[in-house]
Design a protein around this ligand. Structure first.
Ligand code: 5GP
Ligand code: MN
Length: 345
């Protein structure tokens, strides 16, 4: 059996809500990733199996490589159907907020979730959750929200109601939030859970291939271009930066998700421990940061790029030109050099 991580009292509260509430909405953060969607659909199929009237409502479009998951067609995307999304929120009796710690992370859905009179349950693994839900299940020590969904279902004593579709979604979230089990992954119980999911019938090799080996030619070319032409390496600060302008994205017919993972590439260079990726969006420059060891990218993102996140994976926004964003990063590198000292591995 796996250890009890989620407090018993919270399990009981969720169970009580589920006994009484029929109209349920599940939501997750803007630019949903494998874990946000995995956790949402993992819970969705489980609740659907219990006979609940359940909908997943997300702020904006899903990346294409997640569309293989069962249930993605039923997801209500706010940018496509704003009125329907708001109607579902206002009529909901129970809302699950998954994989985010601050209400601002659901972007345009903020208002309708805040105004909704539904009971709200937060299930998340980001640091410092805001207090906006009736029940807050927050476990930053757990690698993915999807794993928390697995744990919640088990602890409610309903593992036998977790079907294959839930299992596939949960596995996808566990896999993507650990880089296919290459970071945050030295936890024995994670492999117990995977064993249970495999027993439920998931094909983990196939899921890997569907998520990671379904790229378009343009996406591969964009990534190649970014690395060969747009990567700046700062060996003295063990850092690197990649940036892509709107014009460059357009040149390679950019679709949402096409630059996913690019920020990790510089960390594959020996000695590089801090990587930043700037992508010029319509309204601002999206900032993504990753690090190895003790280098706190969440601190850098919070202090200079209106963002936050985890120690090794963070993000934010920059309001200005690409040149200004690059100049800011270059200028702050010396300030954070002290955090590199701790790292010996
Ligand atoms: P990504 O680089 O994949 O967009 O984001 C990595 C992590 O950084 C996310 O899981 C999230 O915790 C955090 N993050 C990304 N963008 C933002 C942002 O704009 N604000 C905050 N507070 N955190 C962000
Ligand atoms: Mn996550």
């Amino acid at each position: 059996m796996i250890n009890k991580i989620i407090a018993e009292e919270k399990i009981q509260q969720v169970r009580k809500f589920l006994e009484k509430k029929e109209k349920i909405v599940i939501t997750c953060h803007v630019s949903p990733d494998g874990d946000a969607i995995g956790a949402s659909l993992g819970l969705y199929h489980f609740l659907d199996g219990l006979g609940k009237e359940v909908n997943v409502v997300v702020p904006d479009l899903l990346p294409r490589n997640l569309l293989f998951l069962k249930g993605t067609k039923e997801i209500v995307v706010y940018t496509r159907y704003p009125e329907f999304a708001e109607k579902l929120m206002s009529e909901a009796e129970l809302i699950f907020c998954l994989d985010f710690n601050a209400i601002s992370r659901i972007d345009r859905l903020q208002k309708s979730v805040s105004l909704s009179e539904a009971k709200k349950v937060l299930i998340d693994h980001h640091l410092n959750p805001e207090d906006f839900c009736d029940v807050t299940i927050s476990h930053p020590e757990v690698a993915s929200t999807s794993e928390l969904i697995f744990r919640l279902i088990c602890r409610m004593g309903m593992f036998d109601r977790m079907g294959l579709y839930s299992a596939e979604a949960i596995y996808t979230g566990m896999m993507t939030d650990t880089g296919n089990f290459t970071y945050n992954s030295n936890i024995p119980e994670m492999y117990y859970i995977i064993a249970e999911l495999v027993k439920l019938g998931i094909n983990k090799d196939k899921i890997y291939a569907l998520v990671y080996n379904t790229n378009s030619v343009d996406k591969i070319k964009l990534n190649g271009y970014a690395v060969s032409e747009k990567m700046e390496v700062f060996p003295e600060y063990k850092a690197a930066m990649i940036s892509l302008t709107r014009e460059e994205l357009k040149r390679y017919d950019y679709h949402k998700g096409d630059s996913e993972g690019l920020v990790n590439v510089p960390l594959g260079i020996e000695g590089i421990r801090f990587s930043t990726f700037f992508r010029e969006d319509k309204e601002y420059i999206k900032v993504s940061m990753r690090s190895k060891g003790f280098f706190p990218v969440n601190k850098v993102a919070a202090e200079h790029f209106n963002g936050g996140g985890h120690l090794n994976a963070a993000g934010g926004e920059f309001h200005g030109t690409m040149e200004e964003a690059q100049a800011l990063l270059r200028s702050i590198l010396p300030l954070y050099d002290k955090y590199m000292v701790k790292d010996k591995d």
